[in-house]
Unconditional design. Sequence first.
Length: 440
Amino acid sequence: MAYASQSQAQQNLHPALRNFLLGLRYKFMPLLHYLPLILVFSFVLFAPSPRMGTDLTKMELQAMGDMNKRIIFSIAFFLAILAILHKHGAFKRFLVEQKVLVLLLAYAFLTVFWASSSSVALKRWFQFAGYVTVIWCALLPAGSPRRILKILRFLFTSAIFLSLVMSLLGKGHSIDANGAWRGLFSHKNILGQVCAITLIMWLPAFTSKNSWRLWLYALASSLITFFMLLKSNSATALVIFVLAFVGWIIFYLPFRREIKAVLLPIPAFLFLFWVTNFQVTTIEDMFFNSLHRETSFTGRTVLWEAFMETAGAHTLFGSGFNSFWISNNENAQHLIQKLGWDPGQAHNGYLDILNELGIIGGVIFGLFLLQTLIRTRRYRYIDREVGTVLFFTIFSQILYNYVETSFCRISSLGWLVVLVAAVMASSANYNHTTTRHNQS
């Protein structure tokens, strides 16, 4: 009865007003599911670092937090929770589809109780859970994976273009003392990572059945992004992109699946050789000299050795989620005094995971990564373009975390895109995607 009266009321409206309200209901309202995701990524990409222009150390900044971020993220998390609660069965379906991720969240929460700073660990755990909620909210509408990819491409490319303009104009801290470009980011390596992720997002567009306009846009965006990658002077990001590019080419070679399965791990093995082989050889010297880097990875190997000694004190259960590199942690302060500099992280995501979550959390996280890698690989048979982006996003971050830390780092774009790939590629979500683009 109420529905009939509502329908009758709509019929009595002026046609223009009725069409406007219908468009608002069926076209604009579903887009609100993406608003929390846009808020989070926009803040992480475009908001200036609180450290820029101040004398704050990395650890002081991490312990202090960012009030603007708390406000923006709280709004995004609140909107996402409302949308999920409004969608019948959405929360239950998430628990079914993301068992390993839920287990990782649960264990990370447990570590809060023995963390060096429980308040810091708890706040960062809420952000972790909030990110997952925001991503799941964006996946509620039909056809959402394609829309999410469009949103991320636009945001990342806009950040690259803005960084280009700032660097050309020499605004603020866009160029560091050594001449490396960092654009609107606080460090050149962050710009390098953003460039590598952006290129990975655009690569599959060249082999998919897209319009010529999108193809030209992808070409222009990729050329500008690759130029910025070179200007960032981030050897890590450059090597990882090259390896991802080689893997992408292997994906599209006209070989049988079994042959591709043998060829695909080769880039990862080459990268592991680069990381682990520190003996002075002619090949190594040629490789590192070509990147203008020395074999200690800018002091990382010394850090790793000292860090392993510190991490041994809490091997099984970990020191607490995201609460080691803070100013009131005595173990971290002792490590900094021993090193003579403040790294702010272990510069190895796997070491940071083992240190903060212990062996138990490390095993859970390893299962999470393996599951995500398998799911993103399978997703290519549902949507080749989106699936390729998801797979090589995970692939690149697995490599990236050997020399930098982004895993479980709350303000890291690398961790955000890993969560996006993990949640989007969940197996049950295949049935949820009504618009399929199977181009295999």
